[in-house]
Ligand binder design. Structure first.
Ligand SMILES: [Zn+2]
Length: 89
């Protein structure tokens, strides 16, 4: 199963709102994560090609206010943070 197939299989669409709700693991602060060796934020994976900066990673806010929603079109880019912060975890 590819990562994208895993993400699709672990979430379900909500027709009324357009949200796609994550049903898998979440981080300590409630962010949807997946992966085997370490936790990769789902939304960061889905938007990796859209925001291709090497030294910085995007920080998102959900416009629909549902932290479990992983629909990339419901995300609003609010900040960038240094990539090093990912390696610490
Ligand atoms: Zn949403």
């Amino acid at each position: 199963m590819t990562p994208l197939e895993e993400i699709m299989a672990t979430s379900r669409p909500v027709i009324a709102t357009g949200c796609r709700i994550w049903e898998g693991r979440v981080s300590a602060d409630g962010v949807p994560v997946f992966g085997y060796l370490f936790d990769t934020p789902v939304t960061r994976y889905l938007t990796a090609n859209r925001y291709g900066k090497r030294e910085l990673v995007p920080v998102f806010s959900n416009k629909c206010a549902n932290k479990l929603c992983i629909n990339p079109y419901h995300l609003e880019l609010i900040d960038w943070e240094p990539r090093e912060s990912l390696d610490v975890a």
